[in-house]
Design a protein around this ligand. Structure first.
Ligand SMILES: [Zn+2]
Length: 149
């Protein structure tokens, strides 16, 4: 079961490992419906939203929202991987902002296409990095977060 204690423990661990200690990162738990609403998307049945992050970089504040039923699916690294993933978005945020600014004068159609491609790349890179971090934790004898309960 996803609890606030587990979410906050995973956030604290990720903040230390990713050197995001100066950030104020809050945790939240939400239903699939709420997550989809937050992201304004309609994923397919086999593609659930595992989590999302809201970033206010000027205040170094972020809120990570985790799907309440995350434990019911098979997902490499579980909660820990999702939290690392969302924290990596914080690191990528200045790059994403620079990219958004650089295309701001383009037509909406072109802008949407570029943003779609950028998001796809960012998601793939972040997933690879988050999986690598989980792999390193496992390989170094670090426990799966679920096992430590
Ligand atoms: Zn993501």
């Amino acid at each position: 079961m996803i609890t606030m204690e587990r979410v906050m423990a995973a956030i604290r661990a990720a903040q230390i490992l990713l050197d995001l200690r100066d950030w104020n990162i809050k945790g939240e738990i939400a239903t699939q419906e709420k997550l989809q609403e937050m992201l304004r998307i309609t994923p397919t049945d086999d593609e659930k939203v595992l989590g999302c992050v809201l970033i206010h970089d000027e205040y170094k504040q972020a809120t990570i929202t985790i799907w309440d039923d995350l434990d019911t699916i098979e997902h490499y690294g579980g909660l820990q991987q999702v939290v690392f993933h969302e924290c990596l978005h914080i690191i990528f945020y200045p790059l994403a902002q620079t990219f958004r600014r650089s295309i701001s004068k383009m037509s909406n159609q072109v802008k949407d296409a570029y943003l779609w491609i950028y998001s796809l790349f960012e998601e793939q890179i972040i997933n690879q990095l988050a999986n690598s971090i989980i792999g390193i934790i496992y390989a170094s004898g670090g426990k799966n977060e679920k096992e430590t309960e």
